[in-house]
Design a protein around this ligand. Sequence first.
Ligand SMILES: [Fe+2]
Length: 157
Amino acid sequence: MEAKIGLPKKDLTKSIDDLTVVLANEMILYVKTRKFHWNISGNSFMELHKLFEMHYDLLAKTADEVAERISGLGGKAIGSMKDFLKHGQLEENTKESNTQKQMLDELIENHQTVMVNIRKAIDEIGDKTNDVVTEDFLTDVLKMHENISWQLTKYSN
Ligand SMILES: [Fe+2]
């Protein structure tokens, strides 16, 4: 169903397509952060165990908001792991074990990839469409990633 919010179809399509990539990335990162929450060990075990929980809660909430924005724009939210991996830009972590440092490095790297993509989406949506609400929404998502990244970086050396 096409959304009747005063935006032409091409604007809706652009935002839906960009938000779909964001949704896929958030979900891949959510699953990875959860895996690391379950398997973290080392001298910062309890702190990182709790920090990762805080982060995957934020990622889950964000994924939900992204999916509902897609729906609000008249799109269909993808919802299978297969689709997340197809549309997302991140790799799953399938290793049997990861050190504390490997976990932190991979998360920081992934958040960075996500942020580069979101900045590009904000730029393009600003240039090519009048969808200022999606631009504003993505700026909040970006802010969350910057904050998570800052916290993770404080643990890595
Ligand atoms: Fe838990």
